[in-house]
Ligand binder design. Structure first.
Ligand code: NAP
Length: 255
């Protein structure tokens, strides 16, 4: 028996990277999965690769989570095709890094829209179902960058915003049987960090090696590291934990 037998989990940005890692772990533990990502074909392809338990289903949905109509349609499809919704993971994210004096208004708006407005719209649409059934788990992706990171005024503001959003969800929704928590990953080896390596002109290998060397546990993180923490925080074993942000970063910000 899996911790997620009979549960339906919606994970945004899960066609690849950390989101796909979380989707894989929850599927291994029995959940049916909705892979929500910008590109419907990529979402469907990822859904087809999930290690589903017997009786579980997976679907891919193409949606821009910063668009209210697309979000409402996505949640309606999940409920119609998978029979309900129990877990929401707000994982989709982008970076548009630049030093403040070079950052454009578009770079600022885009990052705010995907991380903050996206999480707001998805959570608002999902909580209607959660409140009615008096059960729901919300997990938001923050970042160690919330604590400040050169070249990321937009991203760090959004990721610290996610922590405040999570605390407030905990306060408002606890009485309805809903838990809301966040994970703040450190350096995780995905296409997002590979793109940063390319942007600063370093090979992926050298970029990861430098991150590992600077980390107390002397390695970079992988999507599986985040997925293990996510599977705990969205499970019933964590039902007395809400409003919290768990740093999963190998101790990167300890000093
Ligand atoms: P990733 O590999 O770039 O994957 C992000 C996914 O989100 C992509 O599939 C992307 O689609 C999708 N996406 C982007 N904008 C979207 C939108 N408006 N609507 C729907 N989907 C959208 O990123 P990752 O490294 O797995 O990161 C996942 C989350 O963890 C993000 O919130 C990120 O900020 C956070 N995080 C990552 C790290 C790290 O080191 N990797 C560290 C701390 C926090 P496209 O491919 O079509 O763009």
């Amino acid at each position: 028996m899996g911790r997620y037998d009979g549960r339906v989990a919606v994970i945004t940005g899960s066609a690849r990277g950390i989101g796909f890692g979380i989707a894989t772990r929850l599927a291994e533990e029995g959940a049916s999965i909705a892979v929500v990502d910008l590109d419907e074909a990529a979402a469907a392809d990822a859904a087809a690769r999930l290690p589903l338990a017997e009786g579980a289903k997976a679907i891919g949905i193409g949606a821009d989570i910063s668009n209210a109509e697309a979000v409402d349609a996505a949640i309606a499809r999940v409920v119609a095709e998978l029979g309900g919704i129990h877990v929401l993971v707000n994982n989709a994210g982008i970076t548009r890094d630049n030093l403040l004096f070079k950052m454009t208004e578009d770079d600022w708006d885009l990052v705010m829209n995907v991380h903050l407005k996206g999480a707001f719209l998805m959570t608002k649409a999902a909580q209607a179902h959660f409140v009615e059934q008096k059960y729901g788990k919300i997990l938001n992706l923050s970042s160690v960058s919330a604590l400040g990171n050169r070249g990321q005024t937009n991203y760090s503001a959004a990721k610290m915003g996610i922590q405040g959003f999570t605390r407030t969800l905990g306060i408002e929704l606890g009485r309805y049987g809903i838990n809301a928590n966040a994970i703040a990953p450190g350096f995780i080896a995905t296409e997002m960090t590979d793109a940063t390596a390319a942007r600063v002109g370093v090979s992926v290998e050298d970029f990861r090696a430098a991150a590992a060397e600077a980390n107390p546990v002397k390695r970079v993180g992988f999507p599986e590291d985040i997925a293990a923490a996510a599977a705990f925080l969205c499970s019933d074993e964590a039902s007395y934990i809400t409003g919290q942000t768990l740093y999963v970063d190998g101790g990167a910000k300890l000093g």
